[in-house]
Ligand binder design. Structure first.
Ligand code: IPE
Ligand code: IPE
Ligand code: MG
Length: 263
């Protein structure tokens, strides 16, 4: 199944395969969060409209899903539309809202075949009904799958998520479900949109920007960050494997002194 896909997409399967096998021997990140950035610049460099970059970026989503699955990653969360992206020109926003349908219409059978489970985080309110319909349909059709979780962050904002969680906790305190003193990290995390997922081990941002842009502010507390200049439409399987390899070289101490780099 995977072989067929790599052949169709003319990827040198043997070298990818070897690298996947090598990387699998060392710890693979369970959850990879990705800020898919640089679509607009990719298009501009080709004198194309910005939306051409967004369309091309869908191929990268397919590549990334495939390689993450092959590696045995449990979940990838893709930042597809932020709560701040409403500031973009209306035409671009409309295009972005139609992309889930465009992507999933043709891609869903492949996702089902690959045992991928589609999920979404973000604020449903504000998203057009047709956008939610396409995503919900994919979620429904793949909910039995137990392979990679392909989690789209759509109309997502870290601060809004934290405010929502805080309100939910406050309401439960007011209702007498638990006391203020009982509030701890695990209780708070239950109110986050990612409550069923492990925290991301690795964050990748493409396009050279070095910021979080309001992505997963709580969950990325101890993630390893990898920023690459490659624009999202140009991001390949090899780039993903490079990031995982770099991740494996990092010394994650979580505040302790154990590990390679202590003195
Ligand atoms: C990322 O690419 C896609 C979204 C934010 C939806 P951009 O559209 O931000 O591309 P640049 O940063 O303008 O190149
Ligand atoms: C972050 O990219 C949001 C997504 C990738 C969906 P932006 O391009 O919107 O972020 P800024 O404006 O550079 O911070
Ligand atoms: Mg951008």
């Amino acid at each position: 199944m995977i072989d067929k896909w790599f052949r169709k997409n003319k990827v040198d399967r043997s070298s990818i395969d070897d690298r996947v096998n090598e990387l699998k021997k060392r710890g693979v990140p369970a959850h990879v969060a990705i800020i898919m950035d640089g679509n607009g610049r990719w298009a501009k460099r080709r004198a194309l409209p910005r939306v051409a970059g967004h369309r091309e970026g869908m191929n990268t989503i397919k590549r990334t899903t495939k390689i993450a699955s092959a590696l045995g990653v449990e979940a990838i969360t893709l930042y597809a539309f932020s709560t701040e992206n409403w500031k973009r020109p209306r035409k671009e926003v409309e295009f972005l809202m139609k992309l889930p349908k465009e992507l999933l219409h043709t891609y869903l059978p492949e996702l089902i075949e690959q045992n991928v489970r589609v999920e979404m985080i973000g604020h449903r309110e504000g998203l057009p009904a047709h956008t939610l319909e396409s995503i919900d349909y994919a979620i429904e059709q793949t909910k039995q799958n137990d392979g990679l979780i392909l989690n789209f962050a759509m109309n997502y904002g870290g601060r809004a998520e934290l405010l929502e969680a805080t309100k939910a906790v406050a309401k439960k305190v007011a209702a007498g479900d638990y006391s203020v003193d009982a509030i701890d990290e695990s209780l708070f995390e239950r109110e986050l949109m990612t409550t069923h997922l492990p925290d991301p081990d690795l964050l990748i941002r493409t396009s050279g920007e070095v910021r979080l842009s309001n992505f997963l502010l709580w969950q990325l507390a101890y993630a390893e960050f990898i920023f690459t200049d490659v624009l999202w439409p140009d991001f390949t399987e090899a780039h993903f494997l490079d990031a995982v390899e770099e991740f494996q070289r990092r010394d994650r101490r979580f505040g302790s002194v154990e590990g390679k780099a202590h003195i």
